[in-house]
Design a protein around this ligand. Structure first.
Ligand code: SAH
Ligand code: SF4
Ligand code: F3S
Length: 476
């Protein structure tokens, strides 16, 4: 189903019409690529950015497989190389430009190779202009709003040998029915909503991902059932702000309701979700987390700054006291809950006093872990216009201080976990032979004696020691 949302009269386009359109291009690409390369064509998709991008890439890879491509991790082997990019910080963009530069030589050696760029960077007009001008060997560029039209774009590249640049700015739709190539075999991403309406003043995401739109609950449940039937054990529901799920949609199911419906599906699996915005994190959601046995007691709740003044300038719509009240509400319902967060250091106008408020908040909450970022100005966002007097060097020192403080907290938190019994999904090799590693529902990582046969299985593990990593013994 392809739906246009955000308009007064909601237009519902027939699923078959959309899919049949791309299906025709898929068949044509399959035939054309086979004749150009005279063997099975190979494709390499390189993904940057958040889980949303990882999930998008899984759908892109699904389409490529349907078009007859074999996937490879090695760009030098590939006939089609596609960078799925992130625009959230300058560093993310610089890496892509750097890597594209390195592709020039490969492209010279393999003139039939198609080189493409998609994702959040590609949605921005200024990036399209720069690529058009300075990277003449990039054949294809398309934004997040039109990613489902890859077959059509690839066909145009292959058949007409033209450069294809598509960054349609019209409001994007929810597109159902795309094939998916899952990267993992027991952990899966399940997008429930797309886009963002929050316009935090530092953030580019609403500009490159469009307005919030949710999938229908039936479509989400159908995909969840398929994942469970295929043996997936750990399903993460994705959205920039999952708590907004269903807002403005006729079906009337909100995120708490969706969690309850997925929890009711039969099977031995667990449910995670990210990301939650504190302003939309309700008691109803926390109640659903408490009540649903399959929903993990882990909440990633970015607070960004501990200073009310900065939160206001960031347009976050909550304050420090409100955030702390949420933490308390969550812990009251789920004493075992583990909290994680995102923090920005050095937002324009942030003073030492503001930063100390952030430090004191992390000491008060005692997060399990943090994702910390130094503020990066993003062209087109309000914060990029704000006076920013603190030097990069000073911000760097604050950042280090934050890391050191959190490191000490995490160490103390971990020491307190000794003796706890956790249900752990084995998902990795340990750091020493004969040990495997896994995550608990609370997202605690523990190593325990095991073999690669244990991958993808649940174990009850008692934590017995802390030696750089938590180590446990398997019970029962
Ligand atoms: N939708 C999610 C976050 C998406 S971006 C949420 O609202 O929580 C992931 C993180 O990147 C953000 O939480 C923020 O901490 C960070 N971030 C976003 N824009 C940034 C910028 N311009 N500079 C530095 N960090 C940024
Ligand atoms: Fe960016 Fe804020 Fe939206 Fe998160 S909620 S994606 S930080 S604008
Ligand atoms: Fe980056 Fe886009 Fe995600 S900007 S963080 S990949 S939504």
């Amino acid at each position: 189903m392809r739906r246009k949302v955000g308009t007064d009269e909601e237009t519902v386009l027939n699923n078959q019409d959309f899919y049949a359109g791309q299906q025709g291009y898929m068949d044509r690409v399959r035939r054309l690529a086979a004749s150009i390369y005279e063997r099975t064509p190979m494709a390499c998709v390189i993904t940057y950015g958040c889980q949303q991008n990882v999930s998008d890439s899984e759908r892109t890879k699904g389409m490529l497989e349907q078009m007859g491509y074999t996937l490879t991790e090695e760009p030098a082997e590939a006939d089609f190389v596609l960078y799925n990019t992130c625009a959230v910080r300058e560093h993310a963009e610089e890496r892509v430009y750097g890597n594209l530069g390195a592709m020039k030589h490969l492209k010279r050696r393999k003139p039939d190779m198609i080189l493409g760029l998609c994702g959040c960077m590609a949605q921005q007009g200024r990036v399209g202009d720069r690529i058009r001008r300075s990277y003449p060997y990039v054949d294809l560029l398309f934004g997040t709003h039109v990613q489902h039209r890859l077959p059509e774009f690839l066909y145009r590249c292959l058949s007409m040998h033209e450069r294809v640049f598509e960054t349609d700015d019209s409001e994007p739709c929810v597109t159902e029915g795309m094939p998916v190539h899952r990267d993992g075999s027991y952990k899966a991403w399940l997008p429930v909503m797309y886009g963002c309406n929050n316009f935090c003043t530092y953030c580019i995401v609403p500009y490159v991902r469009g307005r919030e739109r949710s999938r229908n609950p039936e479509d989400v449940l159908k995909e969840a059932k398929e994942l469970i039937a295929a043996g997936y054990k750990d399903i993460t529901l994705l959205g920039q702000n999952v708590n907004s799920y269903g807002k403005g949609e006729a079906h009337g199911v909100n995120f708490a309701g969706l969690l309850r419906q997925i929890n009711d599906l039969p099977g031995d699996f667990r449910i995670r979700f990210m990301t939650s915005h504190p302003k939309d994190c309700t008691d109803e959601l926390l109640d659903a987390m408490r009540d649903c046995g399959k929903v993990c007691h882990h909440l990633h709740l970015p607070f960004q700054s501990g200073s009310d003044r900065i939160l206001k300038a960031m347009n976050r719509h909550y304050d420090r006291a409100g955030y702390l009240a949420l933490v308390e509400a969550a812990r009251k319902r789920m004493p075992d809950i583990q909290l994680t967060s995102d923090i920005i250091v050095g937002f324009p106008g942030e003073t030492r006093e503001d930063f100390e408020q952030t430090l004191s908040l992390i000491k008060e909450v005692r997060f399990a872990s943090l994702f910390t970022f130094i503020y990066s100005p993003r062209e087109g966002t309000p914060a990029a216009q704000m006076p920013d007097p603190v030097s990069r060097q000073e911000k760097g020192q604050w950042f280090e201080e934050l890391l050191r403080t959190q490191e000490a907290i995490a160490k103390e938190n971990n020491a307190k976990l000794i003796g706890r019994v956790l249900k752990v999904l084995c998902d990795d090799h340990g750091r020493t032979p004969d040990y495997m590693a896994g995550h608990s529902g609370e997202n605690i990582v523990v190593e325990f004696p095991g073999t690669p046969d244990d991958l993808g299985k649940f174990f009850t593990v008692k934590i017995v020691s802390l030696d750089h990593v938590l180590k446990g013994e398997v019970l029962g």
